[in-house]
Design a protein around this ligand. Structure first.
Ligand code: 5AD
Ligand code: SF4
Length: 444
């Protein structure tokens, strides 16, 4: 048998890209992954288009591979992901060393595209095919599955993809397409396969994951909560998470699950983007700041210790000083345990890209103020954990001898120095210290 060819994948952006990269690696028969581009037979960049300079980053990364291509004419270079979807044709034209371009909805066609590229042709597929890629990618478990190796204790699992919300700043509806949910049976089968390979925590992924409405095993449409309850029954699966959610799709059954389902972790990423009703309207978010705050209250009533995480955009076109102060007030009211905040970046093809920009200096100043507040909140919540007991799922070795690092229920990174802790162990830990980005503790 010929030695496997080497595949190097570099992944940018969100967790869905991390998941997609795994699936692409599995789909490419005859390849084995390598951690460096230097000895690769194929380099695949899985790209992100959500914020600025996406394409420039890819061009400069490609530049670094020029000498590799010169040394090894058989090396194939591919661009996948959202930049490929948005600008794939242009990339191929401008950068002749790219052999293959594949959009996020066409990954199941990757083996054909790879064969075409190997044959010396340029291969490009940025269609939104009728068929769903997941139905055509090799199965990860069950009949016909290729034997996949053991893996770490946590995994992502895409259950829903695309978005129909059309927030005025966002490229996702254009790069990932319309909202599609995978059938529940396929998700459950994949989850069981992951658990057999050693996974104890699964994070369900979707651009709008809480809008999940997949075909159920009983014929009806299943909500995300229904799917979570079915996953709850899988022996060996200890933890369930999901991300990212839209406030308008936080249904009653999902809120209730946060109180009732022990495997569903007390962490919720629920972006609001702005605290000003005027800006929310311009963003086409279809909810008010007040509605969001009331929603958080209901979620906290179901699960009082839940840690709330969010995303904010500052300097959205038309954002005034007063609008920004509304964002600061909302943040003070909600108290975030984790948060991501960005300066608005116009994305070509989105409605807001046509509008007049806020002065960039003003936007930067707002971002600094917001991030200072968010960091304070995050740190205060972390510091409050000192003296508490949490349960940690250990995922990797730390830098020190006998140090292991894992995640608490609240997704805080926790490090512990102790003998006899193995990857995949779920252990009680008493928190003894709070650092800038992690907690330290001792086995309880
Ligand atoms: N500019 C800045 N931030 C953006 N995001 C999405 N689009 C843009 C944009 N054009 C942020 C949002 C979203 C997160 C994934 O990225 O906050 O929730
Ligand atoms: Fe983008 Fe809005 Fe859809 Fe989220 S809900 S993916 S921000 S359009």
């Amino acid at each position: 048998m010929a030695a496997p060819k080497k595949l190097y994948i570099k992944t940018y952006g969100c967790q869905m890209n991390v998941y997609d990269s795994e699936r692409m690696a599995e789909a490419l028969e005859g390849y084995e992954e390598t951690s460096t581009p230097d000895d690769a037979d194929m380099i695949l960049l899985n790209t992100c288009h959500i914020r600025e300079k996406a394409a420039e980053k890819i061009y400069s990364e490609l530049g670094r591979y020029k000498h590799l291509k010169a040394e090894n004419p058989d090396l194939k270079i591919g661009v996948a992901g959202c930049v490929a979807q948005a600008e794939g044709k242009e990339i191929m034209r401008r950068q002749p060393m790219v052999d293959l371009v594949v959009g996020p909805q066409s990954y199941h066609r990757l083996p054909e595209l790879e064969a075409k590229a190997r044959g010396g042709e340029k291969a490009l597929d940025t269609d939104f095919p009728e068929e769903m890629k997941f139905d055509h990618l090799p199965k990860r478990a069950g009949l016909g599955a290729k034997k996949l190796p053991k893996r770490g204790p946590t995994a992502f699992l895409t259950v829903q993809e695309g978005c129909d919300k059309f927030c005025a700043f966002c490229v996702v509806p254009y790069t990932r397409g319309a909202e599609v949910s995978r059938p529940a049976a396929r998700v459950l089968e994949e989850a069981r396969g992951l658990v057999e390979r050693g996974v104890r925590e699964i994070t369900l992924l979707g651009q709008n994951v809480n809008a999940y409405h997949g075909a159920g095993e009983d014929g009806g449409d299943w909500s995300l909560a229904r799917l979570i309850w079915a996953l709850d029954k899988i022996d060996g699966l200890e933890r369930i998470r999901f991300t990212t959610s839209h406030p308008n799709d936080m249904s009653e059954d999902l809120i209730a699950a946060h109180g009732d389902c022990a495997k569903l972790m007390p962490y919720l990423h629920l972006p609001v983007q702005s605290g000003s009703d005027r800006v929310l309207k311009k963003m086409n978010r279809k909810h008010t700041a007040e509605q969001y705050i009331r929603l958080i209250e209901r979620i906290r009533a179901a699960r009082p210790d839940i840690l709330i995480s969010g995303d904010f955009i500052v300097g959205f076109p038309g954002e005034s000083d007063a609008d920004f102060e509304d964002t600061m007030s909302l943040v003070r009211e909600v108290r975030y345990g984790q948060c991501y905040s960005f300066k608005y970046s116009p994305r070509p093809g989105t409605p807001a890209a046509e509008r007049e920009m806020v002065d960039t200096g003003v936007a930067s100043e707002r971002l600094t103020r917001l991030q200072t507040l968010l960091t304070e909140q995050q740190r205060a919540i972390q510091d409050d954990m000192v003296g508490c007991e949490v349960k940690v799922l250990f995922e990797r070795k730390g830098r020190l001898d006998d140090q292991m690092v894992g995640k608490s229920e609240y997704l805080h990174a926790v490090h512990v120095t102790a003998e006899g802790v193995a990857m995949g162990d779920l252990r009680r830990v008493r928190i003894t210290e709070s650092g800038p980005n992690s907690l330290g503790g001792v086995l309880a």
